[in-house]
Design a protein around this ligand. Structure first.
Ligand code: MGD
Ligand code: MGD
Ligand code: SF4
Ligand code: MO
Length: 718
């Protein structure tokens, strides 16, 4: 059989690993290997990346549009018929309830299909709906909140590659291959290289993570204490005078107010509550602000999901601000942007404003938008609550809200109650199971694509872009529907005009991957063909420097807006009590989130290979806690919160600190499917979206969840 090899890249996560794909003479994918010649990822690949062969060829892959029948079963339906039926139902809903009754939720599969990204938003704009949701607002939307409240520095933070220190709060890039402020192009090599050139690494995590193994200083607090810990660290830095006073004098409006507000965060008290040695906070402050001169604090999902997440991210931003850890006037900006283009970047604060104060508001709770989107923490209630503006139709674009969104039962009930649920999805996921129509798209190696250009400056340290042509052909007989095609076709049927990046699409002839990618890149500094046709990715070598500030600008960083002061007061009252008091309560443990190597959120549950590597999500506990609770390895335990109860198998893990149970997200299936050994269990059953939401971004409490753990009577059975 004639095999051929083609370079491409993986689009499961932001690692974007360069690969060599082997296909047979029918262009069927037969192997995926890491590409050692790849200039960015140097041959790195993970289990999920190599599993693409099986996932593309899986006999569980959906290859025809499906329609749910009255008896709940699914039947194949020709694509054009499916689209006509959906368009006509949409017409009815919009005519009767208005455009706000139509919403879209984009999940990670939707983010990694670059040609389609802008078309989804263009479709909602064309019908006049503001109801765009995504996984970003159940992830790290605190970052937008912080920028909106503190201010933005256009040349960006000091990049990892130039720094001598990195403080990582609740992220584990060696497993997640994610993380702002870190280099995720072969993370293991990057962290080793950084250490070899003398970088100091500080990790704050309740679990001694894979990344923490490389830390010069590891702080292992009880979860949910990061805002207090960071406040105490800033307090030490300001008291010692280790901050960048010159930068602050010029660019910070209210440093004195911040300093006053942080007064209660006495390191001794904070350390006692977080259950860490007080000296570790002093050391962190000293290493970060005194011993080292360049480097930033960055965060991941852990603290962004725990209580006080917005205040935590605020403190992170303030710590970077007071130490002036930004690219300064005259310094080269490594990646000013490429595919999306760039404007002049001045070394000065820009007040980007609070997006949530203007624009559309949620019906539930009156929240505004964050990152240009409505808030997923409210999505189920927006579907379930009757009245004008109730969501009646949802498009799930490469997402799996029935499994991924907190308050599992409520979300599943909401999706079930929709008049029209369309799932653009290659597998029969929990969300697809609840859909009225399933439109299966081409999978990554079957389409032309770019890297996740939407976040290009966070992904690549240089102005670099990668493009791939399709390398494989979809399985024979498949009738697939790309995400962009579905929305283009529906808009066309509804007589609406789509506008992407300022370009009106031809609504008679479908645009195609290449035209859409070219539109996305129309502001790039080079012609689209230059990016597209570069064999090893395109590196734009023009040097871009941070410009002097505009003398007329009066914008300054604001470190203590009124709402932050309120949150500080709340944190002080809640957090500065000895942890021992809380530990005697009804829910003495804290459940924390963590990524697992062999899944990408819900992706991987249909893969025999990945399921062999990790069949389910155990509840990882410190052996001391297991001994105290009378739990042995492999025992069934019941974990309960004030909202729900799950059953899982316990596994001893001394990397998890005492008082914590660490368990991966996005396992389980639909509510009621309780076969743990097959699906694992959903921690979203323990999370409420009726309460414990952050202000502004409605972020649910998804980590640091107070829980009780007890061994089950039948614990050693099965
Ligand atoms: N309790 C708890 N809940 C969490 C988290 C947590 O830590 N704890 N983490 C949260 C986070 S950070 C996130 S980002 C969300 C994730 O939430 P989602 O993004 O909703 O979930 P994913 O599993 O990433 O969904 C990806 C879907 O895309 C499909 N897919 C794969 N390839 C393609 C493709 O080419 N095209 C299309 N259309 N679809 C494709 C996959 O089969 C899968 O169903 O979950 C959140 N939920
Ligand atoms: N293999 C794999 N890779 C993935 C994913 C996956 O599911 N699997 N998901 C992808 C997605 S959607 C995202 S958003 C990124 C996320 O990427 P990361 O943010 O790096 O996610 P994690 O690896 O879960 O790391 C979070 C860490 O936070 C810690 N933590 C939990 N609670 C707290 C807390 O209150 N305080 C502190 N300081 N730490 C805490 C956890 O112990 C954990 O080590 O990963 C992406 N990459
Ligand atoms: S899933 Fe694995 S192979 Fe794919 S980009 Fe991420 S780290 Fe690389
Ligand atoms: Mo995420």
């Amino acid at each position: 059989m004639a095999l051929s090899k083609h370079k491409s890249f993986c689009r499961i996560c932001t690692g974007h690993c360069g690969v060599v794909a082997t296909v047979d003479e029918n262009r069927k994918l037969v192997a995926i290997q890491g590409d050692r010649e790849d200039t960015q990822t140097l041959g790195f690949i993970c289990s999920k990346g190599t599993d693409a062969v099986d996932s593309h060829n899986s006999d569980r892959r959906i290859l025809q549009p499906l329609k749910r029948m009255d008896d709940g079963s699914f039947a194949p339906i020709p694509l054009e018929q499916a689209l006509s039926e959906i368009a006509s139902k949409l017409g009815v809903i919009i005519g009767r309830d208005g455009p706000a009754a139509v919403a879209a939720y984009r999940g990670s599969g939707g983010f990694f299909a670059s040609a389609s990204i802008q078309v989804v938003n263009a479709f909602l704009d064309a019908i006049g709906s503001h109801q765009m949701y995504s996984n970003l607002t159940i992830d790290q939307s605190a970052k937008w909140v912080a920028i909106g409240r503190v201010g933005w520095w256009p040349p960006g933070p000091q990049p990892f590659q130039t720094n001598d220190v990195a403080m990582m709060v609740g992220c584990n890039p060696l497993v997640s291959i994610a993380g702002s402020g870190f280099d995720t192009r072969h993370p293991l090599k990057r962290i080793r290289d950084a250490k070899a050139r003398g970088m100091k690494i500080i990790v704050i995590d309740p679990r001694r993570s894979e990344t923490a193994e490389y830390a010069d200083l590891f702080i292992q607090p009880l979860p949910g204490n990061d805002a207090g810990i960071l406040a105490a660290i800033i307090r030490i830095i300001l008291a010692e005078g280790w901050h960048d006073a010159e930068f602050c004098a010029r660019h910070v409006a209210d440093l004195d107010l911040l300093q006053q507000a942080l007064e209660p965060f006495d390191p001794e008290r904070v350390a006692a509550v977080a259950d860490v040695p007080v000296d570790s906070l002093r050391q962190a402050a000293r290493i970060f602000a005194h011993d080292c001169k360049r480097g930033t604090v960055s965060t991941g999902t852990g603290p962004s999901m725990s209580p006080f997440s917005n205040l935590m991210e605020h403190m992170v931003t303030c710590l970077n601000v007071v130490c002036g850890r930004f690219v300064r006037e005259g310094e080269r900006i490594g990646n000013p942007g490429l595919v999306l283009g760039w404007g002049p970047k001045r070394a000065q604060v820009m007040d980007v404003g609070r997006s949530w104060d203007t624009g559309p508001k949620s019906r539930i709770g009156g929240f505004g938008t964050v990152g240009g989107e409505m808030l997923t923490g409210l999505l189920a209630d927006e579907i379930l609550t009757p009245g004008p503006g109730q969501i009646k139709c949802l498009f799930s674009v490469g997402g799996n809200p029935a499994a991924a969104v907190p308050d599992h039962n409520k979300m599943a009930k909401a999706l079930e109650s929709l008049e029209l649920l369309v799932s653009l999805e290659p597998f029969m996921t929990p969300t697809a199971m609840l859909a009225d129509y399933i439109l299966p798209p081409r999978m990554p190696y079957e389409r032309a694509d770019l890297h996740l250009a939407l976040f290009e400056t966070a992904i690549y340290p240089d102005a670099y872009a990668r493009h791939t042509q399709p390398v494989a052909t979809p399985p024979e007989g498949a009738e697939l529907c790309d995400e962009w095609f579905a929305f283009w076709s529906l808009a066309s049927r509804l007589g609406r005009q789509l506008v992407c990046n300022g370009v009106e699409l031809d609504m008679q002839t479908p645009p195609g991957d290449d035209a859409l990618l070219a539109i996305m890149a129309r502001n790039a500094p080079v012609p689209w063909e230059t990016i597209r046709d570069a064999p090893a990715g395109y590196l734009h070598e023009e040097a871009v420097f941070a410009l002097p500030p505009d003398p007329a600008s009066t914008s300054r960083f604001t470190t203590l807006p009124a709402d932050v002061q309120d949150e500080i007061t709340e944190l002080r009252d809640y957090c500065l009590q000895p942890s021992a008091d809380r530990a005697t309560g009804k829910f003495p443990y804290r459940l924390t989130s963590r990524r697992s190597r062999h899944r990408f959120n819900t992706v991987g549950h249909f893969s025999p290979y990945l399921k062999r590597l990790m069949p389910y999500n155990p509840a990882y506990l410190n052996p001391a806690d297991m001994a105290r609770e009378g739990i042995e390895n492999g025992d069934w335990v019941e974990i309960s919160s004030d909202h729900g109860l799950i059953r899982a198998r316990a596994e001893a893990d001394d990397s998890v600190r005492t008082g914590v149970v660490s368990i991966s997200h996005c396992f389980g299936f639909l509510p009621g499917e309780s076969d743990f050994d097959t699906y694992g269990v959903s921690t979203n059953l323990l999370i409420s979206t009726d309460r414990d939401l952050q202000t502004i971004n409605a972020m649910p409490r998804m980590s640091g969840i107070p829980v009780a753990i007890r061994p089950m009577a039948e614990r050693r059975l099965g």
